[in-house]
Structures are given as structure tokens and as C-alpha cells.
Design a protein around this ligand. Structure first.
Ligand SMILES: [Zn+2]
Length: 167
């Protein structure tokens, strides 16, 4: 299967220089470029709007079991809220009432999410989306077993890969 070329990876570095370091690892098919490009756009917009409070650096993009994996390092400036939150968590851990802490976190997230949580959710959504996009051509696809491995491919690419595998 044709992987995304070095040149295409360079486009990501060029388009989103704050997100992609020169040496980030990239090992996905061409078909997912649009998906990764859209995800990068959304993250970079969040980084831009954070006025320097949020930093995201991509380490690696790859495919595992037919699904996109997007590994990055997210750092967020410690706001007063997060500081209080952290103190509260330490207290709950000490008092052995983490169940209460977790319940309150779930409620809090319904009203307010930290930038870190928002980026993680965004990545999760796009990775799920990848299981319906052909990794080779970008057409709608399905995540199914292929040669004992899970692959997300459209009907046409699956047939082509199958005939290549037999020849
Ligand atoms: Zn295809």
C-alpha cells in the first residue's frame, strides 16, 4: 500500500509549523491526508486562540488496526482553576474519596472542559472517523480484516490490494 509521501508530510509541517516538528513520525496512507489536515486545522485554531496558553506538538501519526493514531504532547498553562482542581484531587486522594472527586469531575466537564480535554476529545473523534475512510484513496470505506489484519479500505482498493496480495 502506498504510504503518505515525505513531501505530503512536509505540507503538514509547512501548513501547521506550530504543531509539527521537522522530525515527527508519519506512517499512514494518502487517503487520510484530508482527515489529518482537518484535525490539524482545528487543533491549530485552538492553539492560536489560547494566546500561548496551550501548546501541542505532534510526535507520531500512524495506523493501528485500521484506525488512525495521533500521538502528541499537549501542555497547558496551569490556570487558577486547574491549580485548585489539583489541590482538591490531592486532598480527595488523601481522604480516600476519589469516587467523589471523579463524580464531581464528570459534572464539571459537562459545563467546562480544559483545553487539554478539548484537544483530546477532538483527536478521539477524528480517530474514530478514520474507520470509515479508505486509507488508500480517501473514499468512504469499512474497517475489516484483510490478510489477518484490520484495515480500513473502500471496496475498490480492497479488491486491488487482494489481487496484489495474490500475484
Ligand atoms: Zn479506496
Amino acid at each position: 500500500m502506498e504510504k503518505m509521501s515525505k513531501g505530503t508530510c512536509k505540507i503538514l509541517i509547512h501548513n501547521y509549523p506550530t504543531l509539527y516538528p521537522e522530525n515527527f513520525k508519519c506512517n499512514i496512507g494518502r487517503g487520510w491526508f484530508g482527515l489529518v489536515n482537518n484535525l490539524s486545522y482545528e487543533i491549530s485554531r485552538m492553539v492560536f486562540n489560547s494566546n500561548g496558553n496551550l501548546i501541542v506538538a505532534v510526535d507520531e501519526i500512524k495506523e493501528t488496526k485500521g484506525e488512525l493514531r495521533f500521538y502528541c504532547t499537549i501542555s497547558e498553562k496551569l490556570t487558577l482553576l486547574r491549580h485548585i482542581n489539583f489541590k482538591f484531587m490531592s486532598l480527595c486522594a488523601k481522604l480516600d474519596i476519589m469516587v467523589l472527586y471523579n463524580t464531581l469531575q464528570t459534572i464539571r466537564q459537562r459545563f467546562y472542559k480544559t483545553s487539554m480535554e478539548q484537544v483530546s476529545e477532538l483527536i478521539y473523534r477524528y480517530c474514530k472517523k478514520s474507520t470509515s475512510i479508505c486509507e488508500i484513496c480517501g473514499d468512504p470505506g469499512e474497517c475489516k480484516l484483510f490478510n489477518m489484519k484490520k484495515k480500513t479500505l473502500c471496496k475498490k482498493c480492497r479488491e486491488e490490494e487482494e489481487s496484489n496480495a495474490h500475484s
